[in-house]
Design a protein around this ligand. Structure first.
Ligand code: SF4
Ligand code: SF4
Length: 456
């Protein structure tokens, strides 16, 4: 038995749920005929196909392991939410049009041609019901990266003009204004001035040259501004030459989450060009999971050549600063647990970084059951937290998270993703839960030992 299957995640004293069939509603952009939408979707999917994705679409053995790994399936027990089923129209199109037995499939109509109605129906499965957390990919015995296939299917859905309205709107706003939540350069400048006055910290903006370019998430700027103060305190304490840039600070990438490659590239290029403009040797991504995936793992591909600077997630940066003895800290008194952001740990490969920070703090870390790479998603990643119609589904999945936090036995919980914090805030309010999700960066900033008596 797979370790992940060992115990039903809802086998605990958390709220129980009535399982309702979701109300399927689909949004559309543009005035396209059904035939045009299908044609565009299929062309986009074909453009993304290569030998690896072809092997993924051919090799499912229908074992069902991926279902047991997916928070949306586990908390609904609805077969529609089986991960590999979420890409079924594209698997169907592959088998019918280009697979090794395509002629046979077509001749005997073993797989019907994909219709616009199917694409509309699958919008809910590809966007509302997948955070692209990769937990299903991790357990698939055939090595099928289902989360990556969902990402490709989203490219096709975007081309077809079939993206959920809220996600399309925030992605379009990010492309137009530079930020999905209205954190424009003017707003950023005003926030910085206010925080500098209020907290007596220095937050450098637009230095012409700096060793380190720090980037932000609009969720942090608008919802958790203490993250900016914490950043300034840590950078001053560690003695880095750093800056923020008003021409490249927003690290969230809703272009990627919506499925629009052009917007994804435009948003990534803003950061890349800002780092080049100030001759930074290092670009640090904020506490945002998908920002890490977008730039660290996809940035160079979109740029077309290797990036001329190093890219680290803030948790990796803090771990390095600890390792180099730049941070003198005090031990947190409360026991702590850590929620691994999927795109930083399981998908990003930086699982050890946060643990190194906890070790540097000499913190009492209590791991959640199934923590680290096997961690359960908060339910809000992949843009799902932006979709109001997915609220019920997302909150149902959040019950697994509550169980994990409680079972860790820790007094406090922290994470390194502001999108995860948003999901936790929502879950906490919805369930009247007495736990709050904190930030790893804030934790470090709060435990800096300015008197210099703690471990270095
Ligand atoms: S785990 Fe892999 S092989 Fe098994 S059903 Fe899911 S996709 Fe298919
Ligand atoms: S990537 Fe995550 S949310 Fe999406 S199908 Fe797989 S396990 Fe479920």
């Amino acid at each position: 038995m797979n370790e992940l299957d060992a115990k039903h995640p809802l086998d605990f004293d958390a709220p129980r749920f009535s399982i309702k069939k979701p109300v399927v509603r689909s949004d559309a952009q543009g005035e396209l005929s059904d035939a045009e939408r299908v044609d565009r979707a299929m062309k986009a999917f074909a453009r993304d196909m290569n030998s690896t994705t072809a092997a993924y679409l051919e090799s499912c053995v229908h074992c069902g392991h991926c279902a047991q790994a997916c928070h949306f399936y586990v908390t609904s027990q609805d077969a529609r939410y089986t991960p590999i089923w979420k890409v079924e129209p594209f698997k169907q199109a592959w088998k019918r049009e280009a697979g090794p037995f395509a002629w046979l499939t077509r001749t005997f109509d073993l797989k019907p041609a994909v219709t616009a109605d199917e694409l509309r129906e699958w919008q809910e499965l590809l966007y509302d019901s997948c955070t692209m957390c990769g937990r299903c990919s991790m357990v698939c015995p055939m090595g099928i990266d289902i989360a990556a296939l969902v990402g490709l299917a989203r490219h096709a859905m975007f081309e077809a003009g079939l993206v959920p309205h809220e996600l399309w709107a925030v992605a379009e706003r990010a492309e137009r204004e530079g930020s999905p939540l209205g954190a424009t350069p003017k707003v950023l400048k005003e926030r910085i001035e206010w925080l500098e006055d209020e907290h007596e910290v220095e937050i450098p903006l637009d230095k012409p040259k700096a060793e380190v370019l720090m980037t932000l998430s609009s969720i942090g700027i608008m919802k958790y501004p203490s993250s900016l103060t914490a950043l300034a305190k840590v950078m001053k304490h560690a003695g880095y030459d750093w800056t923020l840039r008003s021409d490249g600070y927003e690290a969230t990438n809703f272009g990627m989450l919506s499925g629009n490659l052009a917007w994804q590239k435009a948003l990534s290029l803003r950061l890349i060009n800002a780092a080049i403009a100030c001759e930074a040797k290092l670009l640090v991504l904020p506490e945002c999971g998908h920002a890490y995936g977008a730039l660290r793992w996809q940035g160079a591909n979109l740029y077309g050549k290797p990036l001329p600077f190093e890219v680290l997630h803030i948790s990796e940066f803090l771990a390095r600063a600890m390792r180099e003895g730049r941070l003198r800290t005090r031990r947190p008194t409360a026991s702590l647990t850590y929620h691994d952001p999927c795109q930083v740990s399981r998908r990003g490969g930086a699982t050890g970084a946060a643990r190194e920070v906890f070790a540097g703090l000499k913190a009492d870390l209590r791991e959640m059951p199934n923590g680290g790479d096997a961690n359960w998603c908060c339910g809000g990643g992949g843009g799902v937290v932006t979709l109001h119609r997915a609220d019920e589904h997302r909150r149902r999945a959040f019950a697994i998270k509550m169980k994990q936090v409680v079972e860790s036995g820790a007094e406090k919980a922290v994470t390194s993703c502001e999108n995860c914090r948003l999901s936790f805030d929502d879950g906490q309010a919805h369930y009247h839960w007495d736990r709050k999700m904190g930030s790893l960066l804030d934790l470090v900033a709060e435990h800096l030992d300015e008197a210099g008596t703690g471990p270095a």
